[in-house]
Design a protein around this ligand. Structure first.
Ligand code: GLA
Length: 385
């Protein structure tokens, strides 16, 4: 089923972080004496602990979450992703300038808590710095070589800095067309990468550079870490499999597919999701849920977004949404052997990007917490198994 894509406006959040004691990874580092009932309380009280035998539970974070939601983060999550800080525009704003501060804070939080993070994202057509493409002309091999060398330098720098703490890299994000009659996102669909290379060839180079950077740090260490990430993946399975098969012919094995999973209340169905999972697994790929949230608006299928009336987030709606999260998690659990992580795109509703996209200022309620300290019915629902 084709869906209108609203992933056009992007926001940049201010970001910073607080490191505190390690207990969310379940390691031996904390207090050793625990009564059985305290242990039971711990499990009942932590999504990450409840899911320890399933998959890591992640959250996209930045300075705000580290400063304001560290209690929720430490309690419920054992994996992190930089919401914006690792994107090329933020971390590499000029050719000779890297800004590591915020991504370092997130990485240091992960290191201090002995958890892992997602490297998001090495190549994306959005939030890419203008300098990267400056002076490059499509069809001029010499300048395309320059673009390749810039991409290589960018990937090497980011991979080298975070290889110890990143267990999976979104090497390429959103390279597939939303026009299902094509395979690849091209220039008119916003990809300067495609436009300047004149083809999908850049995708190959991104994976090659990421693979080589990891292997140079430690031979064998690239294995299992290279992902392709996209939205509305259930609608793009054929296209993505075509790309992955092409990469295999070029000697690149992508390890898994990230389902961003910015979901609606009623789409995709659990059956569609399972069918997509099955196809990737049958072809030899891992799965991850990389950017989960569930909007309470239902105007995405039509694309006729309106600022008002805003949806009233009644207890009934909160319960219905909790049911939706419960169904999704039941599919994830059924596939736990192939799902490498499940990451929410944020911690709390009050900071979600969906309050800005597709309509600026339209309140949405897509996550597990209302604010930094108030869990929602959805949190209880995914713990109920
Ligand atoms: C995409 C990107 C994310 C983020 C979200 C919306 O899904 O992969 O990094 O920008 O859009 O915020």
């Amino acid at each position: 089923m084709a869906r209108f894509s609203f992933f056009h406006a992007r926001r940049l959040l201010p970001l910073s972080l607080v490191v505190s004691a390690c207990w969310l990874c379940g390691c031996e580092g904390g207090s050793s004496e625990q009564s059985p009932s305290a242990e039971a309380d711990d499990v009942a009280g932590s999504v990450a602990k409840k899911y320890l035998n399933q998959f890591p539970i992640g959250a996209a974070v930045g300075n705000w979450e580290l400063d304001n939601a560290s209690r929720a983060l430490e309690r419920d999550f054992n994996h992190v992703t930089c919401e914006n800080a690792m994107k090329a525009q933020n971390i590499h704003p000029a050719e000779d300038e890297y800004v590591w501060t915020e991504a370092d804070r997130v990485a240091n939080f992960a290191r201090a808590h002995r958890i892992k993070m997602t490297g998001h994202a090495l190549l994306w057509h959005r939030q890419a710095p203008a300098w990267m493409f400056a002076g490059i002309t499509a069809g001029e091999p010499r300048t395309v070589e320059l673009l390749k060398s810039r991409l290589k330098a960018h990937i090497e720098a980011v991979v080298n800095r975070y290889a110890d703490v990143v267990d999976n890299w979104d090497v390429v994000n959103e390279a597939i067309s939303s026009d299902y009659s094509k395979i690849y996102r091209d220039g008119p669909e916003g990809s300067q990468w495609y436009e300047l290379f004149g083809s999908e060839e850049y995708i190959y180079w991104a994976y090659q550079y990421a693979h080589d950077a990891l292997e140079a740090i430690e031979p064998g260490s690239a294995a299992g870490k290279l992902y392709y990430n996209d939205y509305t993946v259930t609608s793009k399975v054929d296209q993505i499999l075509t790309m992955l098969a092409w990469l295999e012919t070029r000697g690149i094995h992508v390890d898994g597919v990230g389902f961003q999973s910015h979901e609606y209340m009623n789409w995709p169905s659990t059956g569609e999701l399972q069918a997509a999972f099955d196809r990737f697994v049958a072809a030899g790929y891992k799965l991850k849920i990389s950017e989960l949230d569930v909007t309470v608006y239902d105007d995405y299928a039509s694309g006729s977004f309106v600022a008002s009336p805003q949806v009233e987030y009644t207890p009934e709606l909160e319960d219905a949404q909790a049911g939706r999260f419960a169904s999704l998690f039941s599919v994830y659990r059924n596939n736990r052997d192939n799902v490498s992580s499940v990451t929410f795109w944020g911690v709390s509703d009050n900071r979600s990007w969906l309050n800005y996209v597709p309509v600026v200022g339209r309140a949405d309620y897509p996550l597990l917490y209302k604010d930094a300290t108030t869990p929602k019915a959805a949190r209880a629902a995914i713990m109920d198994f």
